[in-house]
Design a protein around this ligand. Structure first.
Ligand code: NAD
Length: 285
């Protein structure tokens, strides 16, 4: 049976270290790192995500300022708020919760955030930095996945890594992270034929297609590392991922559960990026 990669435990450990770091930084620099979170509209899941981010910030001592705007907010108003936050010296990080209402152009909004405050790591500048092996602020979910894989102690070198999903926020930066780490990377997406054949030769699988149970357990190579990014809420309220966990556990060497795997690490890397942005702003890096 596969060993569980416990994202909740790793996140808790990293948060203890960050809390100590923030206390020292705040004493030395006269202020705590600041994160501005912008939420537009009434999507219940987004409200839960923002609440969880506020709680996580409080746990480590980051000052979080939430801007909750109605669904009718214009793009112009939103861009104006981002311009203000870009110029606010107490704000080290700016996060716009996705999805945005349809009348707002998400790429335009995300590209307006100053790259040095882009703590989600979505700005083309930061994704480009990763592509040319000069990582700056790194996309939270992929960076969290790398930290989870590192806990296995297995080297990325010489490993076949298969990423399922090619979105801007997970699949693409995930592929760049794995390449940076030294793996041989394949990216599968909605037009890929014979997904099974790719999964069967993977030493590392990162599943981020957003399709419940897409990755069948029998496809997993013996001893592989399986990272499940997918999140799906079932009718009984429980959560599951893109991988058939029960069957995959019989083949994999290591596997992340859903919940308790990637999710807690995504928020933790957001905190880590906010602290990095603060250090940059006060001239420490
Ligand atoms: P998305 O819909 O933007 O992208 C999905 C990608 O999967 C696309 O590139 C698409 O081509 C590919 N895909 C779709 N069907 C496929 C198939 N049958 N075979 C191969 N590829 C296929 O989704 P996203 O925003 O990247 O999120 C993916 C999943 O990860 C969702 O379930 C989302 O909820 C979850 N997610 C989790 C976290 C976390 O912290 N755990 C963070 C972000 C996203």
């Amino acid at each position: 049976m596969a060993q569980i990669i416990d994202g909740k435990a790793l996140a808790a450990k990293l948060k203890v270290d960050m809390q100590m770091d923030v206390t020292t930084l705040a004493q030395k620099h006269g202020r705590s790192p600041g994160l501005a979170v912008i939420l537009v509209g009434d999507d219940p899941a987004s409200h839960v995500y923002v609440k969880n981010k506020e709680i996580a910030c409080e746990e480590v001592g980051i000052a979080s300022i939430s801007h909750k705007l109605p669904a009718s907010t214009t793009q112009e108003h939103l861009l104006g708020l981002i311009a203000e936050l870009n110029n606010d010296p107490k704000v080290d990080g700016i996060l716009v919760q996705l999805p945005l209402p349809e009348h707002i152009h998400a790429d335009k909004v995300l590209n307006t955030i100053h790259a040095d405050k882009d703590v989600d790591g979505f700005h083309p500048f930061n994704v480009g930095c990763l592509a040319v092996r000069q990582p700056a602020l790194r996309s939270c979910t992929p960076y969290g996945c790398i930290k989870l894989i590192e806990t296995t102690g297995i080297s990325f070198h010489g490993k076949e890594a298969v990423v399922v999903g090619a979105s801007n926020i997970v699949g693409r930066p995930m592929a760049l992270e794995l390449l940076l780490a030294g793996a041989t990377v394949t990216v599968c997406h909605r037009f890929t034929e014979n997904l099974q054949s790719h999964i069967e030769r993977a030493d590392i699988v990162v599943a981020a297609a957003g399709k419940q149970g897409l990755i069948q357990g029998e496809w997993i190579k013996k001893g592989a590392i399986v990272i499940d990014v997918g999140i799906h809420r079932l009718e009984d309220g429980s959560l599951t991922g893109d991988v058939d966990f029960e069957a995959a556990s019989k083949h994999a060497g290591w596997i992340t559960p859903v919940p308790g795997g990637v999710g807690p690490m995504t928020i933790t890397m957001l905190l880590s990026n906010t602290i990095s942005a603060f250090k940059n702003h006060v001239g420490l890096v």
